[in-house]
Design a protein around this ligand. Sequence first.
Ligand code: SAM
Ligand code: SF4
Length: 473
Amino acid sequence: MQQKILSKNAIDFIDDQKLHRLIGETREDRIRSRDIVQKSMQKEALSLEETAALLAISSPDGLEELFESAKSLKKAIYGNRIVLFAPLYIGNYCVNNCSYCGFRKSLRNTVRRTLSDQELTAEVAQLQREGHKRLILVYGEHPQEYTPEFIAHTVKICYGVKTEHGGEIRRLNINAAPLSIEGFKTVKEAGIGTFQVFQETYHKESYNQYHPINTVKGDYMWRLNAMNRAFEGGCDDVGLGALFGLYDWRFEVLGLVAHSAYLQQTYGVGPHTLSFPRIKAAHGLKMNMQYQVSDEQFKQLVAVLRLAVPYTGLIMTARESPQVRDDVIEFGVSQIDAGTRLEVGSYQEPRGGEQELKREQFKIGDSRELDEVIGWLLQKGFIPSFCTSCYRLGRTGVHFMEYAIPGFIGKFCTPNALLTLAEYIEDYSSPQTKETGYQLIDKELDQFPEGDFKTKIQQKLQQIKTGQRDLLY
Ligand code: SAM
Ligand code: SF4
């Protein structure tokens, strides 16, 4: 089988036995947990043993302390901004048979489609007219249809779409099947941001159950080493993820932390983001749900990840309901999608219809429009941000780590968040959002010390009101 040959020199950095042992033997210890949290507060990544200690917390008081710590760490590193993006499904042909996915090959009545260049242009224009500046492009796995060259082609089309008010996409991330080193080089040259590959489950036995061995995705090691090939192909901006509900949630958290530590040690750069989707209802879903993750466990896993990998962005997707998002967002999430539609080609179609699972990969939990989500964030005191500055000014990978130092947020992130929010308000928002948005901007500005820097931000905000765009730090 081709993939077996491809992955024969792969490196296995997931020690299943060790992870099992840590889960089985670690008990809640409040004093130790407080020491561990202190280490996180110094912005140091946690070891597997320390992460397991936080996963073992189960007393209500212990959990309360954990959530409070995650909340304050998030504030210290990321400030109170939340970065917004939208997923854009390019095509859903797939050669695999992942038992949890509505796109799997064996589902003959799934509606299959790949966007034409014209359709893609129209989708991007529509997203820009809603106010989006950051997208993640999503593809099924099909080695003939979705080649690296095809992915690069779609990336170039998206960047080329321009609409009124300087509407443009400033950052494109990718969620696609793992590529070869050459493939990663090709997509990197097209100017991608983060390349995401979710391991789905780090537990090898379970992986083999959900991904039939005779499919391309059936090779655990090929997928596990995807990011090694990304780095070797020059992509230093990668996103990891696990699909929660396939196996014990604590094992997956330890898997994500082990994977992050391995990349950091091997390449000097950890992942840019971690994703932690929970399984959602899908067309023809065929699996038992014994590992389903409860809302309480979900909250804990987000808080533990926040503390375990302080400098890694955490993405909570619209798979989660507005209520869950409201509950969990402050425990460490840094990015969310908004105005999300999953059906291929659905951004141009009328809104409000019932989701039809034969067309979508899974059922989303939060189908609010972008403006509603922004209104909700503002109400909670978060700054919705469309900032793309670091990536465009070369602050990624090792360089980004250099900037992840005290003062960085005040100097770059908060001003950029305020400026991109002002752009959104001027060009796309409802009157209500405009009012609450400018109130928040004023409140945030009040917190900057008087001086040249604050004056410059105020000047830039004024320039945005008079029509200038893309005034980044
Ligand atoms: N086809 C590529 C792959 O599998 O890596 C990339 C795109 S796939 C559409 C993106 C992710 O969706 C998968 O990695 C998986 O974690 C997630 N997913 C699949 N089925 C899901 C479901 N029923 N509920 C929630 N997430 C799901
Ligand atoms: Fe295909 Fe990805 Fe769905 Fe698996 S998760 S069936 S690879 S689209």
